[in-house]
Design a protein around this ligand. Structure first.
Ligand SMILES: [Zn+2]
Length: 80
């Protein structure tokens, strides 16, 4: 079983439902009716839209503290 957050593009209603698997969703989405307005214009909500930004932030190097930096060629220590 797989849980999807769903969004109706017709009325903007957000809801969720369970499907057997991704293929089950793909097979049913064409005539899957919105529980609020009955329109079959349902999209799977995007998951974790900030994933790319979080990954980039985690990869950034930690700021060097010149006071305790033991690297003589450290660019951060040049002004000290
Ligand atoms: Zn709707």
């Amino acid at each position: 079983m797989i849980h999807y957050d769903l969004h109706c593009t017709a009325c903007g209603h957000d809801f969720d439902d369970w499907f057997g698997n991704m293929a089950d969703w793909e097979a049913r989405k064409a005539d899957y009716a919105c529980p609020a307005c009955g329109t079959a214009r349902i999209e799977k909500a995007l998951m974790a839209p900030s994933l790319g930004a979080a990954k980039k932030a985690a990869a950034a190097e930690p700021a060097c503290n010149p006071a305790v930096c033991g690297n003589a060629s450290c660019p951060m220590a040049a002004g000290f």
